[in-house]
Design a protein around this ligand. Structure first.
Ligand SMILES: [Zn+2]
Length: 256
């Protein structure tokens, strides 16, 4: 998709703030004004409709060629540019450390789940006694970030599976949910990624994942609706049967 493939030239400016001079990057788009407007209109539409382009998180092939430390240094410099461009005075004590804090937060906290090296190791146990039973873990705290606006998505995940003889510790389900949530996300993709991972780990198709979440990009900008939440569900295997689905929804208190 051409939406993000903007061709740009970079030009350095010097912006003065409290007697200090900072270099600021100015971006000029070569697409021509009409074309540029069309591209931005498409980007707005894609973002406001929260359309995902694939189930896998779109990653560059060289995503992990540089270290976390280098990534933090680069992000820090760029975030400083964003703040300067907004006109903020980075000599102020309160703002001085913000570019570094944001860089560290991106790499080590809210987007740590981009790196496969951070995927939680999950041990699976044999448990013949639970064969055929539905196991449900509900109200798992979910903190993610909308990839279209880089604003928080917060809510709850409910996960169920029917054991094929394999079980995992319940806290491991929280870890799997958290790992996939900690990347720029679209709620539908997050739901499917959690489901696919659980199917793989538990060696069963009988998995259901339901996410009920609020998107700050809906509540604090755009339509500014702070009363709505978004529900997504991925039912696989026997959870496609209405009876099982109803049993699950009743259990998590979502039956209507
Ligand atoms: Zn959004």
């Amino acid at each position: 998709m051409a939406v993000y493939s903007l061709v740009s030239t970079l030009k350095m400016h010097i912006m003065k703030s409290n007697g200090h001079a900072y270099p600021v990057i100015e971006t000029r788009y070569l697409n021509g004004n009409g074309k540029k407007e069309k591209i931005w209109a498409e980007a707005d539409f894609l973002g406001d409709e929260h359309i995902a382009t694939s189930i896998d998180t779109p990653m560059r092939p060289d995503a992990f060629d540089i270290s976390d430390t280098s990534k933090m240094e680069i992000i820090e410099k760029h975030f400083e540019q964003i703040m300067l461009t907004l006109g903020l005075d980075l000599t102020d004590d309160s703002l001085r450390g913000t570019p570094h804090r944001v860089a560290k937060m991106f790499v080590k906290e809210i987007f740590y789940g981009l790196n496969p090296a951070n995927k939680p190791g999950i041990s699976v146990f044999d448990n013949k006694f639970r064969y055929g039973q539905m196991l449900v873990e509900k109200n798992i705290s979910l903190n993610s970030t909308c990839e279209h606006h880089f604003l928080p998505i917060t809510g709850k995940a409910h996960v169920a599976y029917v054991s094929s003889g394999k079980v995992i510790g319940l806290s491991k389900i929280n870890r799997i949910v958290d790992y996939f949530a900690r990347r720029p996300q679209v709620q539908e993709r997050l739901t499917v990624q959690i489901s696919e991972e659980l199917k793989k780990v538990l060696k069963t198709d009988d998995v259901a994942v339901i996410i009920d979440a609020r998107h700050m990009c809906v509540s604090s900008r755009g339509i500014q609706d702070d009363g709505s939440s978004t529900l997504t569900a991925e039912y696989s295997g026997i959870f496609k049967e209405d009876k099982r689905k109803e049993e699950l929804l009743a259990y998590i208190g979502m039956n209507c």
